[in-house]
Write a protein that binds this ligand. Structure first.
Ligand SMILES: C[S@@+](CC[C@H](N)C(=O)[O-])C[C@H]1O[C@@H](n2cnc3c(N)ncnc32)[C@H](O)[C@@H]1O
Length: 268
């Protein structure tokens, strides 16, 4: 069977996947084709009317799409089959950069670095003395990311910690570090655990914001069967929206982005 183009393989909206299925079944697909075209036009319109990503972000994106991930995994060089669809990418990257800039953040923590796209997008909006601590459990990524971020003047703001995110955040809490923006983008089944450590061990600075990626988890939180990541995200969404300490909003960008702040910081 011919391989689908990347735009289809990594699409995250189950509604669009259903429409593609229908396209294969109907005899007359004219109206459906138009509807799908309108959908992709909206995505493209957003991208065409958003400020361009920096040259190094564009290079990271290109590298991520073409890196031989499956071969590296087959050779045992990565601990799992990393995929380009994991990257936040252009629109979400620019959104993150905006949040960092708007909040005058100085310190950013990211769980789940992958190829460093979101880490660099955040670093670009930080002042010269700003810091991004990003972590990932896969050691293969460290040198790859260092090679790319070193091409940017903002790369020196980024510090990488390799290891399980839970260990990293507990170590950072022991070091009494705190952050203005915390971006959760690692394994979804532990999000609730990460959130509790962040909230209970002082990692979120006063007036800080937690930004959570994949809040829809490909629609699994509201649709059909779930894998362990989908279950983790559903539990996380339910628990956070009931947490009396915080105010939260779920924004339908890409795979869903949740923003969380302490109530007293919203009221101030
Ligand atoms: C969705 S990707 C991150 C994408 C990246 N933030 C970006 O925007 O391009 C998730 C990353 O989390 C990492 N990861 C998975 N489980 C983890 C864990 N327990 N601790 C730390 N990192 C983990 C994976 O290796 C993967 O690189």
């Amino acid at each position: 069977m011919a391989q689908q183009p990347a735009s289809r393989r990594y699409h995250r909206d189950p509604m669009v996947k259903k429409l593609w299925e229908l396209q294969g079944q109907l005899k007359d697909t004219k109206t459906l084709d138009e509807a799908l075209e309108l959908y992709s036009k909206r995505d493209k319109y957003c991208e065409d009317h958003t400020s361009p990503a920096s040259p190094v972000l564009q290079q990271i994106s290109q590298m991520t799409l073409t890196h031989p991930w499956s071969e590296l995994y087959a050779q045992g060089k990565t601990i799992w089959n990393l995929m380009p669809g994991m990257m936040s990418g252009f629109l979400e990257g620019q959104f993150l950069k905006f949040l960092v800039s708007m909040s005058n953040a100085k310190r950013v923590l990211e769980l789940g670095m992958y190829t460093g796209y979101s880490a660099l997008a955040c670093a670009e909006a930080l002042p010269v003395n700003g810091v991004v601590i990003t972590c990932d459990v896969d050691p293969y990524l460290e040198n790859l990311v260092k090679k790319y971020i070193s091409k940017s003047v903002h790369g020196r703001k980024i510090s990488i910690r390799i290891g399980p995110a839970l260990d990293t955040i507990n170590n950072l809490a022991n070091e009494k570090q705190s952050f203005d923006i915390i971006f959760l983008d690692a394994n979804k089944e532990q999000y609730w655990e990460y959130y509790q450590v962040i909230m209970d061990r002082g990692l979120l600075a006063q007036r800080g914001t937690i930004v959570v990626d994949n809040a829809f988890f490909q629609g699994q939180v509201y649709y059909e069967t779930r894998d362990e990541n989908g279950e983790g995200m559903k539990k996380f969404n339910e628990n956070v929206s009931r947490d009396p300490r915080v105010t939260t909003v779920l924004v339908p960008i890409r795979d869903g982005v949740r923003l969380i702040r302490r109530n007293e910081d919203m009221d101030a």
